[in-house]
Ligand binder design. Structure first.
Ligand code: ADP
Length: 472
């Protein structure tokens, strides 16, 4: 019994093996004593009463032995029992059973006979397993016209007389219990097979994932515990899919980002080798070009460093009390120059009344920097602005631009690691990590990062920071 299925079936069958025989015996006993024998005794009592009435109407039986014998034989056949007739003194007058000839005319000592001679009806049931024993005895006083006791009719049945009915009853009970047992085993088997199948399905799916064959989610059905297992499994698969997607995008972006500057550097080197070195002007131009390309690799390295931190989970904050207004003005002022360099208008609205918050100034500046660099990068002309205000129980820092905007379908995806829009090829894109990192940093502060944007209408990124520190 090493399988769960086998154990379940066994746990179904073992109690039944114990319970079914006990219930069977109890049922047989109760039905035989309380129902069947009660029924027989009632029937026999009715025959007894009828025979007593007829006996009182046939006075000849008390004096004529042949009449008496005919009487007991007749009733014995009718009631399928053994019948005896006693006179008022308790002497045996006739018996339907053979073997009593010797004792005719003599008194018989029988239990309760004297009570019957005194006028009381007697119905006695003895439950016994011996086939030869009497189980029902009925003693009916025969009352004469003047209410005097003329004698007693005794009817009795042996166990062997009712054996057929009892055997039939036992067969019926055994058949019913056997059917119940088979049904229980079948139900147990079906349940165990179902459970085994669900577990096997999850196991196969896990092997499928482990061997890289397929990443399929499973239908969440079945009993509660199995459903919970399936939900957990499907969540895991979704996480793995996101991770796998990130990994693919990372590789594609890396190849792309490394390929471009390396290709340019390689061409410049080749040009230098094949004689461009002799021309000082061309040489200078090529060297400057190489320098620019090497500089282009810098942000890539920064992004990879951030990613490294993110993967290692080292987003630990070094919180300090900061007057948010002053900090914000200081932090965004370097970006004014970048905006102006791009020919953009720059606008800030940072009130002095902003509260003091517990923040990690460097980490939050990094998040803000990612938003501002995007705003400047994706705005060919117009304005980039930073506004801050207290709303409800939060400080809202809004970085807005009038740039190319983001399509609604992309607005959720831009926060995924390595996601970058393919919509507008005019703009040099980064590794697709800036927003993902910004969101993680804001989350680490207990806040959230939201976007509102429409294509060609510009974008508004809002950092919500809770006033009372950490909030989920
Ligand atoms: P990247 O470093 O490639 O800019 P981000 O994670 O910062 O990556 O941004 C992901 C994508 O979101 C970008 O590729 C860009 O398409 C879009 N995006 C981000 N900020 C803006 C913005 N202010 N205006 C328009 N598109 C934006």
């Amino acid at each position: 019994m090493r399988t769960l299925r086998g154990r379940l079936i066994l746990s179904h069958i073992l109690p039944l093996l114990l319970i079914v025989p006990i219930v069977g015996f109890a049922l047989v006993y109760v039905l035989e004593t309380q129902v069947l024998l009660a029924d027989f005794s009632h029937e026999l009592a009715q025959h007894g009463a009828l025979s007593a009435d007829l006996a009182s109407a046939r006075p000849a039986i008390w004096s004529d032995a042949a009449e008496a014998h005919q009487f007991v034989t007749l009733f014995s056949i009718r009631s399928q029992s053994s019948v005896m007739l006693f006179d008022a003194q308790g002497n045996l007058l006739a018996a339907s059973e053979p073997g009593y000839d010797e004792r005719l005319g003599q008194p018989l000592t029988l239990p309760n006979l004297s009570a019957a001679l005194a006028g009381e009806q007697q119905v006695q049931v003895d439950y016994t397993r011996s086939v030869q024993a009497e189980i029902i005895q009925v003693l009916m006083p025969v009352v004469g016209p003047n209410q005097q006791i003329m004698g007693v009719v005794r009817m009795s049945q042996y166990l062997s007389d009712v054996q057929d009915q009892l055997t039939r009853l036992r067969y019926v009970i055994a058949a019913v219990l056997a059917a119940g047992f088979v049904l229980a085993v079948v139900v147990g088997l079906v349940l165990a097979l179902n459970l085994g199948r669900s577990l096997q399905q999850v196991t196969d799916a896990i092997y499928g994932v482990a061997s890289g064959r397929e990443w399929k989610t499973l239908p969440e059905e079945g009993p509660k515990e199995i459903r919970t297992l399936l939900v957990a499994f499907n969540t895991l698969i979704e996480q793995l899919r996101v991770l796998e997607e990130s990994r693919r995008r990372l590789l594609a972006n890396l190849v792309h980002e490394l390929g471009r500057p390396l290709g340019a550097i390689q061409s410049a080197l080749q040009a230098l080798r094949s004689g461009a070195e002799q021309d000082p002007e061309l040489r200078q131009e090529l060297l400057e070009g190489m320098d620019t390309q090497v500089h282009r690799l810098r942000p890539l390295l920064d992004s990879l460093t951030d990613l490294h931190d993110q993967v290692l989970g080292t987003l630990e904050l070094n919180r300090q009390s900061m007057a948010l207004g002053d900090w914000l003005r200081r932090t965004v002022s370097p970006w004014r120059q970048s905006a102006h360099d791009q020919g953009l208008h720059w606008r800030t609205e940072i009130p002095d009344s902003l509260p003091v918050l517990e923040i990690d100034p460097d980490r939050l500046a990094q998040a803000l920097g990612n938003l501002l660099s995007n705003a400047i990068k994706y705005t060919p002309e117009g304005t980039v602005s930073v506004e801050a205000s207290v709303r409800d129980s939060h400080v809202a820092i809004v970085v807005a631009d009038t740039g190319i905007g983001i399509a609604p379908t992309e607005q959720e995806r831009i926060f995924e690691p390595f996601y970058r829009s393919r919509r507008d090829k005019r703009f040099p894109q980064g590794m697709g990590l800036g927003l993902s990192i910004a969101r993680d940093l804001v989350h680490a502060h207990g806040g959230r990062l939201e976007v509102a944007s429409a294509p060609e209408q510009g974008s508004r990124f809002t950092i919500w920071l809770p006033l009372d520190g950490d909030q989920p």
